[in-house]
Design a protein around this ligand. Structure first.
Ligand code: SF4
Length: 175
C-alpha cells in the first residue's frame, strides 16, 4: 500500500490528458449558431433533449455544451425543460419500445415550427442496438427527422456544426 502511494506521488496519474479544445473555434461556432437562429427565428435557439434509449455516451457530449468548460448558454444556446418551449428536439439513442410513446408525445407537444435532430449513430438506424428485442428502430422510424448528426458519440463541435447546417437550411421559421 505504502509503495503504491509513493509510486502514485512520483509518477502521477495514468489517465490521458484531456484534449484541449480550440476555444476560439468553439466560440465562433456557437456565435454562428446564435446568429443563424436570430436571423431565422428572431431569437436564441431553444433545445429539448430526448433520450430515447441511448447508452448515455451521446448525452455526455450534449451536456458538455452546457457545462462550465464550454458554457455555451452565454452565447445564446439554451436547453429547456419542456418541449413546449423548444424549437429543436435533439434525440439520442435507438428508440426503445419503452420510449416510443414518450418520443411521440414529446414531438406532438412541441409547437411548430419545430425541427428534430437525431444525434449519434444509434439514432440513425438503431446502431449497435439494431435488432434488439427492446428497440423499434431509429428516430426517423417514429418521428420526421430534419438532420442526422452521426458519430459514436458526436463531439460538441460536431453538434454545433450540425445545428448551423440545420439553421442554414431553415426557411420561413418565425412563430
Ligand atoms: S451512438 Fe454511441 S454513444 Fe451514442 S447512444 Fe449509440 S452507442 Fe451510445
Amino acid at each position: 500500500m505504502r509503495r503504491t502511494l509513493l509510486e502514485s506521488l512520483v509518477h502521477g496519474p495514468l489517465t490521458e490528458p484531456a484534449p484541449s479544445p480550440d476555444q476560439a473555434a468553439l466560440a465562433e461556432l456557437a456565435k454562428t449558431v446564435n446568429r443563424a437562429a436570430r436571423a431565422k427565428l428572431g431569437r436564441s435557439l431553444s433545445i429539448r433533449q430526448v433520450d430515447a434509449g441511448s447508452c448515455n455516451g451521446c448525452e455526455l457530449e450534449i451536456h458538455a455544451l452546457n457545462n462550465a468548460f464550454y458554457d455555451l448558454e452565454r452565447l445564446g444556446l439554451r436547453f429547456v425543460a419542456s418541449p413546449r418551449h423548444a424549437d429543436v428536439l435533439m434525440v439520442t439513442g435507438p428508440v426503445t419500445k419503452n420510449m416510443r410513446q414518450a418520443l411521440l408525445r414529446t414531438y406532438n407537444a412541441t409547437p411548430d415550427p419545430k425541427w428534430v435532430v437525431a444525434v449519434g449513430s444509434c439514432a440513425v438506424d438503431g446502431g449497435i442496438f439494431a435488432g434488439s428485442y427492446a428497440v423499434v428502430g431509429g428516430v426517423k422510424d417514429i418521428v420526421p427527422v430534419d438532420l442526422h448528426i452521426r458519430g459514436c458519440p458526436p463531439s460538441p463541435t460536431e453538434l454545433l456544426r450540425g445545428l448551423i447546417a440545420l439553421l442554414e437550411n431553415v426557411t420561413g421559421a418565425t412563430r
